[in-house]
Structure formats: structure tokens, C-alpha cells
Write a protein that binds this ligand. Structure first.
Ligand code: ZN
Ligand code: ZN
Length: 381
């Protein structure tokens, strides 16, 4: 991905941002273009490994790099330094290890966290690496995985050995585990930031893209009494049912707050997950749907302001919690464990596959938002 560095009117990059050419993408990067480039094959640093990429999912953030607003700025708002190889939801096989690598060996299958905290700032050191102010993001500010090879520090990789063994197939493990990163964003919001849900909770999920679908599957695994999901795309509500939702509806054809009250016999939702990136449209229903002590987890992203009557937070002792990322908090190992034990039936989420040579077509396909996950595959088996 390349684009023109043209800070938006009203946005002044700091000196450090200008020097590093790294800032919130939607504020500085304009007129993006995507093309194939030959880049040098990476060699591992002492604590790094080289991974031969086998699967890489197309993320909503990738779609938001592909899409622009009326003035030509990319929609993605995360820290971005261009040009950059995009792609971060990857799995692959270790093909080289650095001298100080502790556990991983050549031939191991891995999946990868994509948010690289600096490790030395206070956010990193108090256990909030997703909030690191010097965050590097794989596929946005650090070379990504729509490439034959990627280099990564060992500490961001998780082994797929047990998953491959359970599934009896390396290919199946590589494919399933490429979903850990987006599901990890839902896990981090629901269980790390918002403190989790008790078994027997009512859960409502707004937006059934991969993160919302992951939230449905996690709520089911966590013992939700009932789950209702909302999306305007029929293919996605069908997928929500496949992930374990009891009801999946188009919010334009119903009043979501009424649906939630009816499902929960008047109690309301103990957890509400906003994964639609449309808070201006979803908030009016969400604010009428809190159970006493309910939590809203805000995962979607939008630059638009949302109207909300905060008085409900008082009357219901409710809360709104935001979350970004998937690093730490046990997100990756616990999702892998659920997959290994067959407690997270998310494979149907992958609805379209493209070969690596058609990555640009995969990006284009993701813009129609009818898929669960668009997956790029690097081999023919
Ligand atoms: Zn992602
Ligand atoms: Zn940091």
C-alpha cells in the first residue's frame, strides 16, 4: 500500500509524526494505491523468527485502508507508516529462527498477535500493551503478511501444534487459527476490558462482521442464556445463527430494544457489544436495552458522534467500555484452547477464499461486506 502524505486541513502532525511519517492514517494518508512489489526476503533478528505465510485474513481495517472518504483520505484511523505491506491476520510455518529464540523451532506452525507495543512505556508495563502510544501495527506501520514471508518476534507468536494435532490437519489448523486475531479483539473487549459475563447472561451483538461473529461465538462458549444479533446484511445474520445466536435480525425491520426486552423477559441485556462501527445508529437502541449492571462493549469504529442519554448509566448502574486490540489478557492462548477443545465453532465464518495472487481481488470483495471472513490462501492443498 502506498498513499500521499497530505495531512488533513486542521490536523498538524507532531514533529515526531512527520519525521517518522507515522500518524493516524485517516488524518494524513490520501489517495491510496495497491500494487505488487518485490521486497528483500527477511532474515530474523536474534529474538525473531521468519514465518512462511500460509493464510491471511482480510481485516475490516484492511478494507478501511482500501476505502476513502469524499476527500480521498483512507478510512482507517490507526497508526500507519507507508509504503507498507498490508495484512496481519496470518498463520504460517516457521522457516528460520534467530539465535536467542527460546521455544519455537523450524517447522512449527504459528499464529501471530499484530499489535507491537514498545514494551518500555507505562501502558506496556502496567499490562495495557494495546494502548501503547508508540504502538506499531503489523500490516500498517510494520511489514505485513500479504507476502510470502514475514518476520516476527517470538513473543508475539503462538504455536498451533496442539490445534493441528486435534484437527488432524495442518491446513485446517492454519485456516482456523487465522481467525484468532479478529476473535481476540472481541475477547479482549468482552472479558478483559468489560470484565466478562456470568453464565446465564443475556447478550446482544450489534454488527455481525468477523468481530461481532466472534463475540457471538464467545458469548455462547461463556454460557450466555440467550444471544440476539443484529445486522443489515442477511448473509451475516445467517452466520450469526451458525455461531450460536438464538435470534439474528435486521435492525431496520424491528426495534432491537423491544427484541432484547422480549427475549430476556424484561430484564435487558447484561452485555451489549457494538461491533457495527455505527454507534450513531445503534446507540438509541442500546441505551434502552441495558439490564441492571449491564455493560456495553464498544468495539466498532466511527468518526461520527453518537447521541446517547447517559442518565441510563445511573438508573441501571450500567457502563460503556471501549477496547482496542487483542494482545495480552490471555486472548490468544484461551481462544486457541477453545478451538483445540472444539468449544468455538467458528470455521463457517470463512465464506470466501482467494489465492495469494488474487489478494487485490480479495480486498475488493471485502468492500461489499456480505462475507464473514475473506481468507487469502498461500498454497493449493
Ligand atoms: Zn484484524
Ligand atoms: Zn509501549
Amino acid at each position: 500500500m502506498e498513499a500521499a502524505w497530505e495531512p488533513r486541513a486542521g490536523f498538524s502532525p507532531t514533529e515526531a509524526q512527520a519525521a517518522a511519517r507515522k500518524a493516524s492514517a485517516s488524518q494524513v494518508w490520501r489517495h491510496p494505491t495497491f500494487s505488487w512489489r518485490d521486497v528483500p526476503e527477511p532474515t530474523p533478528g536474534r529474538d525473531e523468527v521468519v514465518v512462511r505465510v500460509r493464510r491471511c485474513g482480510v481485516c475490516g481495517s484492511d478494507t478501511h485502508c482500501y476505502e476513502t472518504d469524499a476527500e480521498g483520505y483512507v478510512l482507517f484511523s490507526g497508526p500507519t507508516r507507508l509504503p507498507c505491506v498490508i495484512g496481519h491476520e496470518y498463520t504460517g510455518e516457521v522457516v528460520a529462527v534467530g539465535a536467542d529464540v527460546q521455544v519455537l523451532r523450524v517447522g512449527d506452525l504459528v499464529c501471530a498477535e499484530g499489535m507491537i507495543g514498545c514494551g518500555v512505556c507505562e501502558a506496556c508495563r502496567v499490562g495495557k500493551p494495546n494502548q501503547c502510544p508508540r504502538l506499531e501495527m503489523v500490516g500498517f506501520s510494520s511489514p505485513g503478511a500479504f507476502a510470502e514471508y514475514i518476520v516476527a518476534k517470538e513473543r508475539f507468536l503462538w504455536s498451533l501444534g496442539p490445534l493441528a494435532e486435534r484437527l488432524g490437519s495442518a491446513a485446517a489448523a492454519l485456516e482456523l487459527a487465522a481467525l484468532v486475531e479478529p476473535i481476540g479483539c472481541a475477547f479482549n473487549g468482552m472479558f478483559v476490558s468489560a470484565g466478562g459475563l456470568l453464565p446465564g447472561s443475556w447478550v446482544a451483538v450489534f454488527g455481525c462482521g468477523p468481530i461481532g461473529l466472534g463475540a457471538v461465538a464467545l458469548a455462547r462458549a461463556a454460557g450466555a442464556a440467550g444471544i440476539v444479533a443484529f445486522d443489515v446484511v442477511q448473509e451475516r445474520t445467517s452466520l450469526a445463527l451458525a455461531m450460536g445466536a438464538d435470534l439474528a435480525l435486521d435492525p431496520r425491520n424491528c426495534d432491537p430494544a423491544d427484541v432484547i426486552r422480549t427475549l430476556s423477559s424484561g430484564w435487558g441485556a447484561d452485555m451489549l457489544i457494538e461491533a457495527a462501527g455505527a454507534a450513531h445508529a445503534t446507540m438509541p437502541a442500546i441505551e434502552r436495552s441495558f439490564a441492571p449492571g449491564g455493560r456495553m462493549v464498544y468495539l466498532g469504529r466511527t468518526g461520527l458522534r453518537a447521541p446517547v442519554m447517559l442518565d441510563v448509566l445511573v438508573t441501571q448502574a450500567a457502563g460503556i467500555v471501549g477496547a482496542r486490540g487483542h494482545v495480552g489478557g490471555g486472548c490468544f492462548p484461551r481462544i486457541l484452547r477453545l478451538m483445540e477443545r472444539n468449544r468455538l465453532a467458528v470455521a463457517p465464518m470463512i465464506t470466501t477464499r482467494f489465492p495469494f495472487s488474487d489478494t487485490l481481488a480479495a480486498l475488493q470483495k471485502s468492500t461489499d461486506r456480505s462475507d464473514g471472513k475473506v481468507m487469502v490462501t498461500f498454497d493449493s492443498e
